[in-house]
Design a protein around this ligand. Structure first.
Ligand code: GL9
Length: 815
């Protein structure tokens, strides 16, 4: 771990050398004396020093990888929610102590310096963040694994709350430049859209020639992925769209100025913006262009590199390359790889098909029907004429085979088609075209096998597997909760920090009964709560009581995640306090955060409700210090890093069967928060790991929800009529209680008129009960800290290191 001093050409790794290099770099980037430098200059200087160190290792790594000695994994994903990178690089290099001490001595505020980095929001939520955790773990474990995605010019919108409502503001994350990417114009490739396919016979073989197409240039930007204190540096490659010729001069010179401009902006629009949809399928042409864009560009480079190594041949490709597709957005990998193998490399269809299936594996991330991608056939056919022909042929052969093997099941066979009802069914394409299909938690994988993809499971039982998600402890615990990290080091030694070794945190179990340890654990939590309270005071002007329970629900706002259930319970507590201000309740602070998709009107109403309730409660002198509600705006990776370490209750209250896994639940757990949740997604595995006594579970099970749904739902009105608390609360939503202009008719109607699709009222009473139980346990701090310790001790299996090891064994088989 050393910095190369460019002038002296020798490695320096002492504090003194770092100090000199840093001062020199600050002066270079600012053109001023160090004493005149701004935080921005200091950030730029540290970022450059870090990049100089990492790129030297990167070069060594890349030349090793080009020898193709090991199998390599490529994660194809339309989102990579990487978060700020500077501190992660510093920590992974092992520079943390050196940097912290030196900056401190120089009077530089390291936290402020880090805040200069614009948090790249190149993802919507769990699915994109998972990819970033997987990249970190893959590098930490020393596996060659890379990301392939899109370099959006605008990331997910910035969320402001104005008059209690969400307002979206463009996220111009590149406005001050980005120091951790290297653009490689020499590796740009052309992606072809539209046009026609001409068939020609050459030497008795059919040739398919794509002509009159619209070309777009894909330019790669590479971001290094540095392993934790090892010498692995992998790559995240993000593609940016450019016109093939920077400017269509001939059109321009002929006087068609607008047309020339239009071509340029049409090409660039492809990587302009991340679709802000979560769990929703928007069948927009631009989105389809995006999907083909990074699939086509990514595969081109991988194939080119492989052939260069393999004397111009694609033979053996599946033994050396895994293409892992993150949900169905990159499912065009299947026909595109077929196109390359058949049209460009001249393989027979059957051989190419075998190679394609062996190369590709697929992870499904949701069972919500509205998220399933189905593209109109005419759109695919027009935009990608040759790729569409290949999809047709894949479909034709699949249905033929099925009818041959299962002649008496023609209806079922047809229901599994890729092409039906005028649409291209992307999940079917992904399952049929890959050798492995997995869900992201045990329960989710079970639902895939038994419900969502039941017919496919019957036909391909060996393809189906399960890998429970994980998160990187290096960012979400060691990095963001240094107090806890140090306490763990001091208590059980440092072995647990080795990549892949987090399960040795179980050595902590005996300390669950240790009063001195529990006291320290409580003190650290309290300090983290004060830190969050300070952030909220500074950004929102709301004063929190750090002695109250911090009860936190942070995630995308969605009906199935039931932020509504949470806020209805807050209203209940408020009503109780109004009728008895001296009630003996444990003081509580409810913290919520999350973005709603801009077009998701209902979710935005929920945000408005939360903020309206917060306004009312926080300004009512009656409730004093006993109840506070905060909606933290613009939830993103860096805000999350302040929130998780301060949480005591982790709200994971989705309708059972709807949350595929959840990953926030794991981030809370490793920071010692106790899960209060339904038996859904990975909550089930958290409960199994710590035992039912160390979580607070409530509510309908996934089978109960399923049974209600197969019989037309339940009768929400009955629940309402038998619970006077609900009658009061729902009344307040529409009777002007929260101010005349603030009626919540839409929410009221969804619960009572439209029969409460997500079982909010059905689960209300059990939720209130479990909240009361949790508050009572909190009165016994010894018991609480004991439970918290047990949760931390068992959090090792939720490290993404464990997920990557599972993928390695069950799916990729690298070794
Ligand atoms: C999601 C699931 O809903 C989560 O339960 C799961 O933990 C993650 C990662 O596997 O994937 N699927 C999905 O579409 N999103 C998820 O979070 N949505 C977003 O990323 C917004």
């Amino acid at each position: 771990m050393a910095i190369t001093d460019k002038n002296t050409k020798h490695k320096v790794n002492t504090k003194e050398a770092f100090r000199k290099a840093f001062i020199k770099k600050v002066e270079e980037v600012s053109g001023e004396d160090f004493s005149e430098s701004t935080t921005r200059h200091q950030y730029e200087a540290l970022a450059e020093l870090v990049m100089e160190e990492i790129t030297a290792e990167w070069a060594v790594n890349n030349s090793r990888l080009h020898k193709m000695e090991e199998k390599q994994i490529y994660f194809f994903s339309i989102e990579f929610l990487i978060g700020r990178l500077l501190k992660a690089y510093v920590n992974n290099l092992g520079w943390d102590t050196m940097v912290e001490e030196t900056l401190n001595e120089l009077g530089v505020d390291y936290e402020a310096l880090q805040s200069e980095e614009h948090d790249p929001a190149l993802g919507n939520g769990g699915l994109g963040r998972l990819m970033a955790c997987f990249l970190d773990s893959t590098a930490a474990l020393g596996f060659p694994g890379h990301g392939n995605g899109i370099r959006y010019k605008y990331g997910l919108f910035e969320q402001k709350i104005i008059n209690n409502e969400q307002v979206e503001v463009a996220d111009i994350w590149l406005k001050n430049g980005y120091p951790f990417e290297i653009v490689k114009p020499d590796k740009a490739v052309v992606v072809k859209y539209n046009g026609d396919v001409r068939v020609e016979e050459v030497n008795g073989k059919m040739q398919f020639i794509h002509e009159n197409y619209d070309p777009v240039l894909a330019v790669p930007y590479d971001i290094p992925v540095k392993g934790y204190r090892n010498n692995t540096v992998n790559s995240l490659r993000l593609w940016s769209a450019k016109p093939v010729e920077d400017f269509d001069l001939s059109t321009f010179n002929q006087g068609h100025f607008l047309k020339a401009m239009q071509r340029k902006s049409e090409a660039e629009s492809i990587s302009q913006i991340l679709y802000p949809s979560d769990h929703g399928f928007e069948g927009k042409l631009l989105r389809l262009k995006q999907e083909y864009f990074f699939v086509c560009a990514g595969l081109k480079r991988i194939v080119r590199r492989y052939k260069k190594h393999n004397h111009g041949s694609m033979d053996g490709f599946p033994d050396k390359i895994c293409i892992h597709i993150n949900d169905t957005h990159p499912a065009l990998c299947v026909p595109e790889l077929m196109r390359i193998l058949v049209d460009e490399e001249g393989y027979d269809w059957d051989v190419a098909w075998d190679m394609t299936i062996k190369s590709i594996s697929f992870t499904n991330h949701t069972v919500l029907p509205e998220a399933l991608e189905k593209w109109p056939i005419d759109m695919v056919q027009k935009l990608l004429p040759r790729v569409y022909q290949i999809i047709e042929e894949i479909n034709r052969r699949f249905i033929n085979d099925m009818n041959w093997f299962y002649p008496d099941q023609v209806d079922r066979n047809y229901s599994m088609a890729i092409l039906k009802d005028g649409q291209v069914h992307m999940a079917h394409l992904a399952i049929i075209g890959s050798h492995s299909v997995n869900g992201v938690a045990e329960l989710h994988s079970k639902i895939l096998r038994e419900e969502t993809f039941r017919d496919f499971y019957a036909v391909f039982p060996d393809r189906f597997t399960s890998v429970t998600n994980g998160v990187t402890q290096r960012r979400f615990m060691m990095g963001s909760n240094p107090g806890l990290k140090t306490l763990l080091d001091d208590t059980i030694g440092t072995d647990w920090k080795k990549p892949g070794n987090m399960c040795s945190l179980e050595a902590l179990l005996p300390y669950a009964q240790d009063a001195a340890f529990c006291q320290k654990l409580g003190d650290i939590k309290h300090a983290n709560k004060e830190r969050l309270a300070k952030y909220i005071k500074e950004t929102q002007g709301i004063v929190l009581n750090p002695d109250s329970i911090f009860d936190v629900q942070v995630k995308r706002i969605h009906e199935y995640k039931r932020q509504l259930l949470n806020i209805l319970h807050v209203i209940l507590t408020y009503n109780q306090l109004r009728s008895n201000p001296n009630a003996d309740i444990v003081p509580k602070t409810y913290i919520l955060a999350g973005k709603a998709a801009p077009s998701y009107v209902y979710a935005k109403e929920v945000i408005r409700l939360i903020n309206v309730v917060a306004d009312r409660v926080n300004n009512d002198p009656l409730v004093k210090d006993k109840l506070k509600v905060v909606f933290v705006p613009n939830f993103n990776v860096s805000v999350a890093e302040i929130i998780y370490p301060a949480a005591e209750i982790s709200e994971q209250i989705s309708t059972a069967g709807k949350e595929a896994s959840g990953t926030g639940n794991m981030k809370f757990m490793m920071n010692g928060a106790l899960t209060l949740g339904t038996m859904d997604g990975a909550n089930v595995e958290i409960a199994e790991a710590v035992g039912m006594d160390n979580v607070f579970t409530f509510g309908l099970s996934d089978t109960e929800v399923y049974n209600y749904n197969t019989h037309g739902g339940y009768r929400s009105l009955e629940v309402y009529e038998s619970d006077s608390r609900l009658q009061e609360i729902l009344g307040q939503l529409i009777n002007g209680f929260f101010g005349e202009s603030a009626g919540f008719q839409m929410i009221y109607d969804s619960l009572l008129l439209h029969n409460d699709t997500y079982f909010v009222l059905k689960d209300f009473a059990p939720y209130v009960d479990i909240q009361d139980i949790a508050s009572n346990v909190y009165r016994d701090q010894k018991q609480w800290q004991k439970m918290s310790t047990i949760n931390i001790a068992h959090s090792g299996i939720f490290s993404s290191d464990r997920s990557i090891e599972d993928y390695e064994k069950r799916v990729w088989k690298v070794k």
